[in-house]
Design a protein around this ligand. Sequence first.
Ligand SMILES: [Zn+2]
Length: 389
Amino acid sequence: MKTIKLYDEAPYDREFRARICDVINTENGKTGVILDRTLFFPEEGGQSCDKGTLGGFEITHVAIDGDLIIHETDAPPDSFAKGASINGLIDWNHRFSNMQNHTGEHILSGLLHRDHASENMGFHLSDNIVTLDTAKVLTEQELQSLERKANEVIYADLPVFCRYYTKEEAETIEYRSKIELPDDIRLVVIPSIDICACCAPHVKHTGEIGIIKIIKAINYKGGMRLTILSGKRAYDFISEECRRVDDLTHILSEKRENLISAVEKLLEKTENYRLEKIDNAKKKLEGELEKIDDKAENAVIFIDEVNDITQRNAVNDLASKHSGICGVFSGNDTDGYKFIISEPGGDAREVCSILKNKFDAKGGGSKEMVQGSVNAGRDSILEALNGRR
Ligand SMILES: [Zn+2]
């Protein structure tokens, strides 16, 4: 037997009546209902399945197995009588969103093929994310032009045809996604934009998509992975981004168009403040170095953040006068310390081991000098170091 795919001919229908042909236990322990016909699109060709109810019971997944479509549900098997007639209802908002996003992907892939000689290498349409993998890397300008042209296809409100062709007929047509299929081939045609073999429901006119937005493009497997959104999902995304920008204008008390320069100024100010603090800490460190008793064996200093060179010079200075643990810890108790330690009369790596064992510190080095970072307070570090000698 074969489940008739009602969604092929009637992608806009939301409700249907069908006969229950079989009720099975699925591999994942659910009830699987097989009907003579269905509006439920199964998970197939990179697209997630339809949601909805069957006889009032929620359908948790829809799978395709050869010619059969299996509706999975948590309802017990005896909820469905073999041979009986049952009512099915699909979640229209979810379905229409998938139709908008899938047709949007065809437009982008068709334009990539037509104008950039770049094939679609992979496609994934989940309930919240849509990705498209291209064969080639595109420049920023090419991506912008691709997106603009895709939206112009929407403004043109072109028809979208979905039709089955015999293998012989299909051989005479130039189309994308040439996978070897045993039966007739279903082609989705957007005149002058795209012809692609595809099993999914699509919108009837490109205008129904509303908007196509490429929200992210990263290099991927020699080409690119584009994250794309169409229709309501794109609208929701853009609305959210607008709200975020609006919040930023309030936080920074700046106009939208000045946001970037305002953030840059703020970062510059923060960096200057940090450098000033480092400079002050360097002066403070010089004072600390003078305070240490030359006769002491260990010489350990805790100081606010200083740069690496200042810290290293201070350790070398300490090591020229003391034989024990000569260390400078730069940072604070809350964020932790970066340390550089030397031990002229011993092995600095042993000191590093103490910090690693006691405080899970990171770092290492040679017998002469170790460096790393530790998340612990000044007092407990000193206690651990003094406890050794
Ligand atoms: Zn498709």
